[in-house]
Every structure is written in C-alpha cells, then in structure tokens.
Design a protein. Structure first.
Length: 280
C-alpha cells in the first residue's frame, strides 16, 4: 500500500516518537505490564509503535484505535511489512464509538498533553475503562499528575493572553511546584479537572502567569517528569499567561483551574479556564 504524504505524516509524529523520555519509559512499562496472551487496546495508536511494543511483550492481539486515518494507514503499512498485520485489528474511529468483540486485559492510552489532561485523556479513559476493559484489567499510564508553579517568562513565550507550549527556564519558577490535579487509573476518576491551589512566592521576579506540566507514572517505578528542572521532553511546559506584575517573597497567588472537554467539540477539543488572584 502506497502512502501519500508519508514524509509529512512521519514529521508530524517525530518529536513525540523520538522523545527518549517518553518512548523508552513507555516501552519499559509495556514490557512490565503486558503479559503473554493478553488482549491489548491501544487508544490513540498513531503510527502503531506502542501496539508493536505490546506484541513484542507477548500480547496475542492488539486493537489499535485512532480517528486519524492517515496515521492508521501508515501503521497498517508498517504492520504488513513486519508480518504482524494478522495480530493487530486497526480501527479508524474515536474510541467512544468503538465496541470490541472482547474486553481488553490492558488499555494503553498516551494522549497526555503538555497540560497533562488537555487532550481529553480523562474522558477517554473514563469511557474506555467502563466499556472496553476487563474488571481486573490494567491501564497504562497508571498515574497522571499536573504540576505547576507561578513563573516569570519572556513576553515572546505567550502572545495576546493565549495558552502556549514552550520551555520555561528552571530559574523562572517563582515558588515550589505543587500538584494541581491527579488521576489514578485504578481508582474512580471523573472526566474533568477543577482545582484550587495557593502558592507562596519564594523568589522575586516578574510574575507572568502559571507554568504547568505533566508527571506521568506509566507503571510502578517508571515515570516521565516534564518539569522545567528535568531534561527537556516534547511536552515542554504549558504556559497560562497573566498580567505581568513584580512578585516579592511572601506574596500569595490563588490559582483556580478548570479543564475538560470543550462543550462545542467535546471529543476533539479541551476547554481550559483559569483564574489568578495575587495578594501581598
């Protein structure tokens, strides 16, 4: 099968797939969690790399689900080339529309965004856990946390008050980071985030907004941390800009965040709302 625009499709996925702080831990987690003979459901399968990892770990069958038809076509081509097409069922659809002929032992879903939950992974897994996973099934990732801190960053990072994805320098953090939201896949969780946190400034600087980032435990003992203080990942950090103000030691910042499926397009878009109150 000849793939049109193959270079463009591969380029679109390159930063994520070639990120060693994401892909290597994921492979290790899949090797640890997937057992021989398991049925695996790979949601947001993209080019199929995680599905191939699952087969290598011993899965007898993988359901690779993605609404991006171009990516699925590339994955199918790769599967045929490497002789595993008969062990992967490719599904061109959003997972919410899928009913599998059998329930999975393991769900893999790596739709983690730079703000952790900004690719609707909560809603996706909430639905998939209920409909597609066996009662004693396992989920990769096992824990997702959104961390953040008030930050000073250049005007060029975020323009016109819009959310941006950009690296934030460690020296730009104006307080100790805190966990803003947390999901544990083995426990009940909802489809959205509503969190309130208060931060105390411990480093003087020009407060420009909030920097947030994901910390993902793929399985016990295997974690990716996208903090500004850690090696850079393809996630970088998510910047939520605010009016710039000089921050002094002891100043307090009350931060409120709401994040969930966008009412206008709940499957494909995330609504992120935030509010900051600065007090001395």
């Amino acid at each position: 099968m000849k793939i049109r625009n193959l270079k463009r499709i591969l380029t679109r996925h390159a930063d994520m797939v070639l990120d060693p702080w994401r892909t290597v831990p994921l492979q290790k987690a899949i090797d640890k969690v997937v057992k021989r003979g398991d049925v695996v459901c790979d949601i947001g399968s993209g080019l199929g790399l995680l599905s191939f990892f699952a087969l290598s770990a011993g899965a007898k069958r993988v359901y690779a689900i993605d609404s991006d038809e171009e990516s699925i076509d590339v994955a199918i081509s790769f599967a045929r080339k490497h002789g595993v097409f008969d062990r992967i069922s490719f599904v061109k659809s959003h997972s919410a529309d899928v009913w599998l002929p059998e329930k999975a032992d393991v769900i893999i879903c790596e739709t983690v965004g730079s703000a952790a939950f900004d690719e609707n992974i909560l809603a996706t897994l909430h639905d998939a856990k209920k409909r597609l996973l066996k009662r004693a099934g396992r989920i990769i990732p096992s824990v997702i946390e959104l961390l953040g801190a008030p930050a000073a960053f250049g005007r060029t990072i975020s323009k016109n008050g819009m959310i941006d994805i950009a690296p934030v320098a460690p020296k730009g953090l104006l307080s100790e980071p805190k966990t803003i939201a947390r999901m544990v896949s083995a426990e009940p969780f909802g489809t959205s985030v509503h969190s309130k946190k208060t931060f105390t400034i411990n480093k003087e600087g020009i407060f420009s907004g909030m920097a947030v980032w994901p910390v993902v435990q793929w399985t016990t003992g295997i974690t990716t941390d996208a903090s500004p203080k850690r090696p850079p990942t393809h996630w970088k950090q998510c910047v939520l800009p605010e009016k710039r103000v000089r921050a002094k030691n002891g100043d307090r910042i009350a931060f409120e965040l709401i994040m969930g499926p966008d009412p206008s397009n709940p499957r494909d878009q995330t609504e992120i709302l935030w509010k900051v109150k600065f007090t001395r």
